[in-house]
Design a protein around this ligand. Structure first.
Ligand SMILES: Cc1cc2nc3c(=O)[nH]c(=O)nc-3n(C[C@H](O)[C@H](O)[C@H](O)COP(=O)(O)OP(=O)(O)OC[C@H]3O[C@@H](n4cnc5c(N)ncnc54)[C@H](O)[C@@H]3O)c2cc1C
Length: 408
């Protein structure tokens, strides 16, 4: 038996595992002795891009529903270390410490929020990086809604005005209403950069500013978070904001387990992979999603996003089996790039191209966002092996639909 281990059940890992099972099926007898095993710390696939939304009820899909029909074994465990020399993974499971051997590996452990050493931050702040964290924030808002009015109860401070922070802030008016916090409220977005959405680009900025202003989101730009305490936050400007809810959304980095591989990494800690998703000069190791960086159009490295993680996963899954049985691998090439930023009750923003030209805004862009978040990125939930295999084919989807945009 040859064993392929996929680490991570996010957008890259899930599709790598199903993609590998699809290829194993396609090659018939040659795939008979291949075991595919996926490990994640959770028994579910988190639709992570939706962790900021009002309704969190459909964001954790049981892995058994997705992997049992295609014959992928799966286990729950915390990956502690990977030894690429001896092909071994150290895990902590409910039974204790375990070692898992692999013949081929797909590393898909994603990314994680960076937590700088700011006084009180780790102790008091919330985030939406994982499903567990999103639920914790949701519980907190619900309990605030049930508590008696108190100073700072209706003030939310979101730190980091990049994609995630903007989505969190824009969704907050609706979330507060749902939590029962009505009446006067303040939502404050803080960033050390002098401009909102500095990483998103100049074309998009006026749209983001209009949307946030119409949602009454206040800005504190060009200032840093200095400290956090139970009753509020202190900014580098000296301002103290009374609040019971600080949401940290500033900065992502690749899983630290990428450091187990003695290979070049980019400034986000990502392993560099070739178009086949192979980690350079490391036979038998593939990586996909936020933990990896690949040049997909001959020019641009992938951006940490589900837009890239999903096809990277599908191709990694196909190729890891092809590599094992000596069949030709398929290179991943993607010649389009879009972003769709949720702007809450105002709508959304849809940009196209690496310069992020605005394509649609408001309700039209929101329709695209909802198509993506509620349909496009979901695996088939019917339990049908054929549908799962079809969705895992090593192909690149067309860009998401635009509504109401003028054709070019
Ligand atoms: C709030 C939010 C909104 C976003 N919005 C967008 C968007 O609009 N568009 C977009 O394209 N992208 C968006 N992203 C980014 C997107 O979610 C990521 O790029 C995507 O999830 C990457 O997929 P992945 O499979 O590489 O990693 P992940 O989805 O993070 O999956 C990694 C998996 O590895 C598991 N894992 C990690 N470490 C360990 C360990 N040590 N042991 C065991 N298991 C482990 C995790 O449990 C997880 O299941 C958003 C992210 C957030 C947080």
């Amino acid at each position: 038996m040859a064993r392929i281990v996929v680490l991570g059940a996010g957008f890259a890992g899930l599709w790598a595992a199903i993609g590998a099972a699809r290829m194993r099926d396609e090659i018939g007898n040659a795939g008979r002795d291949i075991e595919i095993r996926l490990i994640d710390r959770n028994p579910y696939h988190n639709i992570r891009v939706r962790n900021y939304e009002v309704d969190l009820s459909e964001l954790a899909l049981p892995l058994s529903q997705l992997l049992d029909p295609v014959g992928v074994a799966h286990g729950i465990g915390e990956v502690e270390a990977i030894d690429p020399v001896h092909h071994e993974i150290s895990l902590v499971t409910s039974s204790g410490e375990e070692t898992l051997r692999y013949d081929r590996l797909v590393l898909a452990l994603g990314s994680e929020l960076m937590w700088p050493n700011i006084q009180g931050l780790a102790e008091h702040a919330f985030d939406v990086d994982t499903y567990t964290a999103a639920l914790r924030l949701d519980d907190h808002l619900t309990s605030l809604g049930r508590s008696a009015p108190a100073p700072g109860r209706s003030t939310i401070v979101v730190v980091g005005a990049g994609f995630t922070g903007i989505e969190v802030a824009a969704e907050m008016p609706e979330r507060l209403v749902r939590a029962g916090i009505t009446g006067s409220r303040r939502i404050i977005l803080v960033d050390s950069s002098p401009a909102v959405g500095a990483t998103i680009g100049g074309h998009a900025r006026p749209v983001i500013e209009t949307a946030l202003s119409s949602l009454d989101v206040e800005m504190r730009l060009g200032v840093r978070l200095a400290s956090v305490e139970a009753s509020g936050v202190c900014l580098s400007s000296g301002e103290f904001i009374r609040t019971q809810t600080v949401i940290w959304c500033a900065g992502l980095r690749a899983s630290r387990l990428a450091e187990n591989f003695p290979r070049a990494r980019d400034r986000h800690g990502r392993l560099l992979v070739d178009p086949f998703m192979r980690v350079a000069d490391l036979p038998g190791v593939f990586a996909a999603g936020d933990v990896a960086s690949s040049v997909v159009d001959g020019l641009h490295p992938t951006v940490m996003s589900c837009q890239f993680a999903r096809p990277m996963g599908r191709f990694a899954g196909h190729n890891v089996v092809a590599d094992l049985v000596g069949r030709p691998m398929l290179p991943l090439r993607i010649d389009w790039y879009v972003t769709v930023l949720d702007l809450g009750g105002w709508g959304a923003l849809y940009t196209e191209g690496w310069d992020r030209e605005v394509r649609t805004t408001g309700a039209a862009a929101k329709a695209t966002k909802q198509t993506i978040n509620r349909k496009r990125i979901y695996p088939p939930l019917t339990g049908s092996r054929d549908e799962l295999f079809a969705a895992a084919a090593p192909t690149v989807q067309a860009p998401p639909p635009t509504y109401g945009a003028k054709r070019r």
